[in-house]
Design a protein around this ligand. Structure first.
Ligand SMILES: [Zn+2]
Length: 231
């Protein structure tokens, strides 16, 4: 059976050795995300919670949906008329020209300009090698500065620049620490219960020994040869 969150070795740069990561992949786009497996692989439900916290819709093997696609879907549901912007490139052409579309010739000058600004901002502030924005930048800020929707920005960035891979070392350590602390707390509880059970068994055993001794004495008394009755 295929693994839900397979462990892969992710490169971290030229001078640093790759480290084992547990990876999730989007069903709808090439997006992937990963959490550290350096402290051992997480149980599937823990990994699912972690990815869920990052905005993934964790459904099942081969069915996960990334935050960008979740956002795109939400935007599509909220505003069906902007479907052509948000996602599907193969929608049938509508009489109203879709702004900021693939075919810049059809778009309004303002929309084309916004797209140009978008690409300028992305080339300035998105690092393809690191697969990350420069400090202080994200899809939302680019969207705001270009006057476009964050969904559109995410889509263009994914398609023409690259995915967002966050350095999650600190989060990963925090999560591993939490998991370990919980495991220790659980074991301590079990040890405590065992110690109490042992103490109780020792007490019971002592009490039973006293009873046993009393019974043995009674037994000895009763099985002694009968005393000859005085005439
Ligand atoms: Zn996706």
């Amino acid at each position: 059976m295929r693994d839900d969150f397979p462990v892969v070795n992710r490169p971290r740069g030229k001078s640093v050795a790759p480290r084992p990561m547990q990876e999730i992949a989007c069903r709808r786009c090439p997006n992937t995300d990963a959490i550290s497996a350096a402290a051992g692989r997480l149980p599937p439900h823990t990994a699912a919670v972690r990815f869920g916290q990052r905005g993934w819709r964790v459904i099942g093997i081969g069915k996960h949906v990334c935050p960008a696609c979740v956002a795109a879907e939400a935007a599509r549901k909220k505003a069906p008329q902007s479907e052509s912007i948000a996602m599907a490139p193969k929608v049938t052409p509508s009489p109203t020209p879709a702004p900021a579309n693939e075919n810049a010739g059809h778009a309004s000058p303002a929309a084309s300009e916004a797209i140009v600004i978008l690409y300028l901002l992305l080339s300035d502030h998105y690092d393809k090698a690191r697969k990350a924005y420069a400090e202080g930048w994200d899809d939302e800020r680019v969207a705001k500065e270009a006057g476009l929707s964050p969904v559109l920005v995410a889509e263009r960035r994914e398609k023409d620049f690259g995915p967002l891979v966050k350095d999650t070392t600190l989060e990963d350590i925090a999560a591993a620490t939490l998991v370990l602390a919980q495991e220790i707390a659980g074991l301590e509880g079990e040890i405590d219960a065992l110690q109490r059970a042992a103490a109780s068994a020792i007490t019971t055993c002592g009490r039973l020994k006293v009873s046993l001794n009393a019974l043995r004495k009674a037994q000895a008394r009763l099985s002694a040869p009968p005393v000859v009755k005085a005439a």
